[in-house]
Design a protein around this ligand. Structure first.
Ligand code: ADQ
Length: 489
């Protein structure tokens, strides 16, 4: 699936992420199979090709040491992946607990749970302990594979403790850290009980990257206000030693999408969808089922639009793909029920015997199905309440090369800073505003549509995943050389 360590390329790159980009499962004959998982990080790193890359991460299964696990390890190694095995309890407390119920929420501006019963405070301590342990186990696997000169690129909020552990053992290791979520205002971040430990560890990396300048600025202010360090335009300074902090906006591999548009299977899919939806405008939402994606807000705005515009009721439909994620976390289970309820209500109210206003799918689509859907869509709706970047908006723009569809984009997605010129920017909390944006998008003149799309398409094709990784890694190499020179002097 991905370029491997012994493939083409020059420099060895170790990408460490909480999850491997594949999930392992057993087929009927009892053999291990690997399936690529949906998600922004995976999509972006699929577009990176210039390095000899090894991935290190959890393979998505709990499995005791023994012959079965050895088989899985061999299957993963043959594809360039090195698994980190965690037991179920540690993984649950670390991943579902500390990462997804605490950090993910807080980084997207959802405050810590105010229902602070004693039991929950204790739970946070258990989660933190498991989180520390999980990061230690990750570090052990990295150290097993590390060779002098390798670049180690640590991904995302699950592994913020990793830079400190790695540098403690190998002070000269080249370590980069990239955060895929927003980094919130320091006023939000400082509520975290373990705020100092995480900052101090991330600061051990040579280079820290964020999607936008705002996130980088928030991080630097957190370091100055919480740790009392000095923020400079280049980063954070601690006793004369500088950690570089900068913005590296991520992108996609646009060719992967434009080339797919030419494939016979995708063309057949497109023809079939166009036929099925003939005479109607198609709007589309593609999201992981997550509260940050603003799916209920999107549905409520569509409901309002249908209520206020009876003339559109049988002329427009919304396809909402919401692939379930983190299904073990109760908040995600509640969100799923809420989305089902609202979809049911709208379809009951505005559907007819021949037309359903919302097609809602709860599952992952294949790449070819997704590309075909992007291609036939007239208006894409990205209504995130907060989002590090949001690659769905990029993918949609790439697939609209010929049709120049309209993108409605939340101002709270990092992508608003790069696609703001061409998209209609909205505040997803304002259902009225969002409903009016839908009307504006559906009625937009051809000339305006094409001009808006031209600007976005240019951005998506120039700022790719490859340029993102190249820029980050070249800056990491430079930063590391400067640091080495400073140490020698
Ligand atoms: P995500 O929160 O996963 O990523 P996003 O950037 O939109 O969000 O990426 C989602 C990816 O999953 C896209 O590549 C999309 O094609 C794929 N996907 C979603 N639903 C799918 C479905 N039903 N079937 C198939 N594929 C589907 C995190 C951050 C983002 C940040 C990325 C990258 O939350 O803000 O942009 O990392 O840094």
């Amino acid at each position: 699936f991905f370029p491997q360590l012994d493939g083409a390329g020059s420099q060895r790159l170790i990408v460490v992420a909480n999850r491997l980009p594949v999930s392992a499962y057993k087929d009927r004959s009892g053999r291990w199979q690997l399936q690529v998982s949906a998600g922004g990080l995976v999509s972006a790193l699929m577009g990176v090709g210039n390095f000899k890359t090894k991935w290190i991460g959890w393979p998505g299964v709990y499995i005791e040491a023994g012959p079965e696990r050895d088989e899985l390890t061999a299957a993963l190694h043959s594809e360039g992946y090195s698994p980190v095995y965690l037991d179920q309890k540690t993984c649950d407390l670390h991943y579902n607990g500390f990462c997804n119920s605490v950090l993910w929420q807080l980084f997207h501006y959802v405050p810590l749970n105010i229902d602070s019963k004693l039991s929950e405070t204790r739970m946070l301590q258990f989660q933190w302990g498991a989180h520390q342990l999980a990061n230690k186990i990750f570090a052990e696997v990295v150290l097993q594979h590390y060779q002098d000169g390798d670049i180690v690129w640590v991904q995302d909020y699950h592994l913020m403790l990793l830079p400190a552990i790695l540098k403690e053992t190998k002070p000269r290791m080249k370590v980069g850290f990239f955060l895929h979520t927003p980094f919130p205002s320091s006023e939000i971040y400082r509520t975290l009980p373990v705020r100092e430990e995480l900052l101090r560890s991330v600061l051990k990396a040579d280079l820290i990257g964020f999607h936008t300048y705002d996130y980088a600025r928030h991080f630097v202010s957190a370091c100055t206000r919480i740790l009392g360090l000095e923020g400079t335009p280049a980063g954070v300074e601690d006793n004369g030693s500088l950690t570089r902090v900068a913005a590296f906006p991520i992108g996609i591999d646009p060719d992967r999408f434009t080339e797919a548009l030419e494939m016979p299977e995708v063309k057949a899919n497109i023809a079939q969808l166009l036929n099925r939806y003939a005479g109607r405008k198609v709007m589309l939402g593609v999201d992981r089922l997550d509260m940050i994606k603003g799916i209920p807000q999107k549905l409520l705005a569509f409901e309002k639009f249908l209520e206020e515009h009876p003339e559109w009721r049988d002329k427009v439909l919304l396809v909402q793909i919401a692939v379930p994620s983190r299904t073990d976390v109760p908040e995600y289970q509640r969100l799923r029920s809420m989305v089902h309820e609202v979809v049911g209500r709208i379809n009951g109210q505005y559907g007819t015997l021949t037309h359903v206003p919302i097609y809602h799918l709860d599952r992952q689509l294949s790449f070819n199905e997704l590309v075909a859907l992007y291609a036939i869509t007239d208006v894409a709706l990205v209504t995130s309440l907060r989002d590090g970047m949001n690659l769905v908006s990029y993918e949609y723009v790439a697939c609209q090369r010929d049709n120049a569809g309209v993108l409605i984009l939340s101002e709270f997605a990092g992508a608003a800073q790069s696609l703001g010129a061409g998209a209609i920017l909205v505040n997803p909390w304002n259902i009225n505003d969002l409903s009016q944006a839908i009307e504006y998008a559906l009625m937009m003149s051809d000339a305006e549509r094409r001009e808006r799309h031209r600007q976005n398409y240019m951005h998506v094709t120039i700022h790719t995943a490859q340029t993102w990784a190249d820029t980050f890694i070249s800056e990491l190499n430079d930063t590391h050389v400067e640091a080495e020179l400073r140490t020698r002097n």
